[in-house]
Design a binder for this molecule. Structure first.
Ligand code: ZN
Length: 144
């Protein structure tokens, strides 16, 4: 595997679907954080053929990775402390999704007032149903 420098503290997100690293970078809000991030795309993978990897160097409590459970629950989250993998974080469906997906209802207040936060609430955990906080229109979690 390509080595882009060892992380002292942070996360290595592995088994990301090839081509999705940049989207994850944005959806996790990494562009807004002042931390060192490495995106590796099209890495060889026995399991997947090709995959992306994202390495983030930051205090482990700084980054909220809940959204990964919504984007792709197959991603492996390795937690790094003192330069070693200390564990894997289990991905669960987040209770709220903020500014990642957009409400498709043209009459929704968020469609009219663009500066409002797009916020979805998990209303049915079993069927993975999210509803817009404002108009309650359903957004089906898209899993492959
Ligand atoms: Zn809405």
């Amino acid at each position: 595997m390509l080595n882009v420098g060892k992380i002292e503290e942070g996360f290595v997100l592995d088994h990301i679907k090839a081509g999705e690293a940049l989207r994850l970078y944005r959806d996790l809000g990494l562009d807004k954080l002042d931390c060192c991030v490495a995106l590796i795309t099209n890495a060889k993978s026995k399991k997947m053929g090709k995959k992306d990897i994202v390495k983030v160097e930051c205090p482990v409590d700084m980054l909220d990775l809940d959204i990964l459970g919504f984007i792709d629950h197959n991603i492996t989250v390795n937690v790094i402390q003192s330069g070693e993998i200390v564990g894997k974080q289990k991905l669960v469906l987040p209770k709220r999704i903020v500014n990642v997906i957009k409400c498709k209802n043209p009459r929704c207040i968020t469609s009219i007032e663009q500066e409002l936060t797009q916020e979805f609430i998990l209303t049915d955990e079993e069927r993975e149903i999210y509803r817009c906080k404002y108009c309650e229109v359903k957004y089906g979690a898209q899993r492959e």
